[in-house]
Design a binder for this molecule. Structure first.
Ligand SMILES: *[C@@H]1O[C@H](CO)[C@@H](O)[C@H](O)[C@H]1NC(C)=O
Ligand SMILES: *[C@@H]1O[C@H](CO)[C@@H](O)[C@H](O)[C@H]1NC(C)=O
Ligand SMILES: *[C@@H]1O[C@H](CO)[C@@H](O)[C@H](O)[C@H]1NC(C)=O
Ligand SMILES: *[C@@H]1O[C@H](CO)[C@@H](O)[C@H](O)[C@H]1NC(C)=O
Ligand SMILES: CC(=O)N[C@H]1CO[C@H](CO)[C@@H](O)[C@@H]1O
Length: 474
């Protein structure tokens, strides 16, 4: 047996030292304990050895207030087989990496801020230290360790690991973020059942506390002790919405703001009522996919893929359609009776991002819209009038065929919508014995972009206006 193995092993060593300078991971192959299979050498380029994913600050909106952005072999196949990797770790004020381990040694380098960091040895000795910018602390493999941000500002660290895929094994998650029963946990950890239930509660759900500001990750959690069953129930969809509006349809959303029990759960809902002939105009839900179920009526629905392919279909009661994340979609009631549908979104809180509102219901200047949408200025002005709040003209800016640019919304006051210049009679001491006092957008910037204007005409006895036209104005 030995006899056979030795030459075989030797040949392996030689062939690998000749051929394998590197083994860029082939992410399409499954990851084994030794990493990914190697990508074909002739397909490997310099880009495989470069990873730019650590440039951006990680998203620290989570329970622990920490963001680990890994450049492990799954993200950065160039480190496959190299036996080391790196991660960026961002901590907001009050952020912390809770007690955790890795199957690797970690060398933690403070880039910005001050941390209190430590680990617990396998002889249960506690090693800890306050560390500052440029300081380095090493956490031996498999030992529980933590870092707490002590700075008054967000902190940043870079961690190097002695493995290309070191894993992150967080104690709280291992114990509390699953269905391991309280009595087994109690027996195996000696923690009190109340403590276990509290921490299971914290990590199982996070009923939104609507008194706190909503962050990117949702609301802060309501104290789990104050959570009651009604926090998980919402009755606001019993009644149909009022469809008396432009689209003869109405969306009643059930996002975490309406239903705080959804907070942090990554799902939400809406009721869509459509009168006969109603429609939901072109829109997206940023960051969320949608599942759309027809409860009543016949709805024609579709979406447009990012390769501009249209997928459209008439749905009957009980039919379900999925609108993949961020793709523009629309629905029409094509039946002879009101229609009802429920939609579910893959986020606890999303928006209804309507194209018309995005383009026309704000002060995006007409000339920019024209350049960026190729729509005619008249079309833009008309739709700004329909959807728009307004576009009060900025008289400091040059007037173009589509009107003035919009004044900044913050600078708009009610005075912009009021014009008193027509209360005085014009001076008719002229050859025509007539005076026209205009209230065009130059005099009255509030009508800018609305496609309408006004004038006062004073005619003295015997006065007249000469033959004239109003170019492009009725
Ligand atoms: C940050 O993470 C939260 C929770 O996963 C998510 O809802 C939010 O959109 C993220 N924010 C950004 C800027 O990616
Ligand atoms: C529906 O909305 C319209 C327009 O806002 C309003 O006039 C009408 O009273 C509302 N109907 C009901 C039943 O609330
Ligand atoms: C009118 O229709 C739009 C588009 O469907 C909808 O988002 C909005 O909530 C409706 N408005 C009212 C007041 O019902
Ligand atoms: C009206 O216009 C005439 C001619 O320009 C001028 O002489 C006169 O002072 C003006 N009257 C008033 C009240 O402004
Ligand atoms: C300024 C500030 O709030 N710093 C915090 C950084 O994190 C530690 C630990 O969570 C807090 O105690 C500090 O108050």
């Amino acid at each position: 047996m030995m006899f056979l193995l030795i030459p075989f092993t030797l040949s392996l060593i030689f062939s690998s030292s000749n051929a394998l300078d590197f083994c860029v991971g082939d992410l399409s192959a499954p990851q084994g304990p030794a990493g990914y299979s190697c990508k074909k050498a002739e397909e490997v380029t310099a880009n495989d050895f470069v990873f730019s994913g650590l440039r951006a600050t990680g998203n620290t909106s989570n329970f622990f207030k920490v963001a680990l952005t890994p450049a492990f072999s799954s993200q950065f196949p160039g480190v496959n087989g190299v036996g080391m990797s790196v991660a960026r770790v961002d901590y907001p004020v009050d952020g912390r990496a809770p007690m955790h381990t890795h199957e690797a040694t970690e060398v933690f380098v403070v880039i910005r801020g001050t941390f209190y960091a430590g680990f617990i040895s396998s002889t249960y000795k506690f090693y800890s230290k306050t560390i500052n910018e440029g300081d380095i602390i090493a956490f031996p493999p498999g030992l529980m360790h933590f870092q707490i941000n002590l700075s008054k500002s967000p902190a940043l660290a870079v961690s190097f690991y002695s493995s290309e895929s070191p894993g992150i094994y967080i104690m709280d998650n291992a114990w509390f973020a699953n269905d391991l029963s309280t009595d087994i946990l109690q027996k195996t950890t000696f923690l009190d059942p109340d403590q276990i239930k509290k921490l299971k509660g914290l990590l199982d759900f996070c009923v939104g506390d609507l008194n706190t500001p909503q962050g990117p990750a949702g609301y802060s959690c309501k104290n789990p002790e104050a959570v009651i069953v009604d926090d998980f129930i919402f009755s606001g969809l019993r009644v149909a919405g009022n469809t008396s509006n432009l689209t003869n349809s109405v969306v009643t959303p059930v996002f975490s703001t309406q239903f705080p029990g959804l907070n942090g759960l990554g799902i939400s809902l809406a009721r869509l009522d459509m009168a006969i002939g109603g429609w939901a105009p072109m829109h997206t839900h940023p960051g969320a996919s949608e599942l759309f179920v027809v409860i009543q009526g016949t709805i024609r629905a579709g979406f447009i893929s990012s390769t501009n392919k249209v997928y459209i279909k008439t749905l009957e009661e009980g039919d379900v359609m999925v609108f993949p994340q961020d793709l523009m979609h629309f629905q029409f009631n094509v039946g002879k009776s009101p229609a009802l549908a429920f939609a579910s979104f893959s986020k606890a809180s999303t928006n209804i991002y309507s194209m018309d509102n995005a383009w026309f219901a704000n002060d995006l200047p007409v000339d920019i819209l024209q350049k960026t949408t190729f729509l005619d200025p008249d079309q833009i002005k008309k739709l700004k009038g329909v959807f728009g709040d307004f576009c009060v003209g900025d008289l400091g800016a040059p007037q173009d065929p589509a009107g003035y640019s919009c004044k900044k919304a913050e600078a708009v006051t009610v005075k912009d919508f009021v014009f008193s210049g027509l209360s005085v009679a014009g001076n008719t001491s002229n050859v025509m014995k007539a005076a026209v006092t205009p209230a065009f957008s130059t005099q009255f910037p509030g009508i800018n972009g609305l496609g309408v204007s006004l004038a006062r005409l004073d005619l003295a006895v015997g006065g007249q206006t000469a033959m004239h036209t109003h170019p492009e104005g009725t």
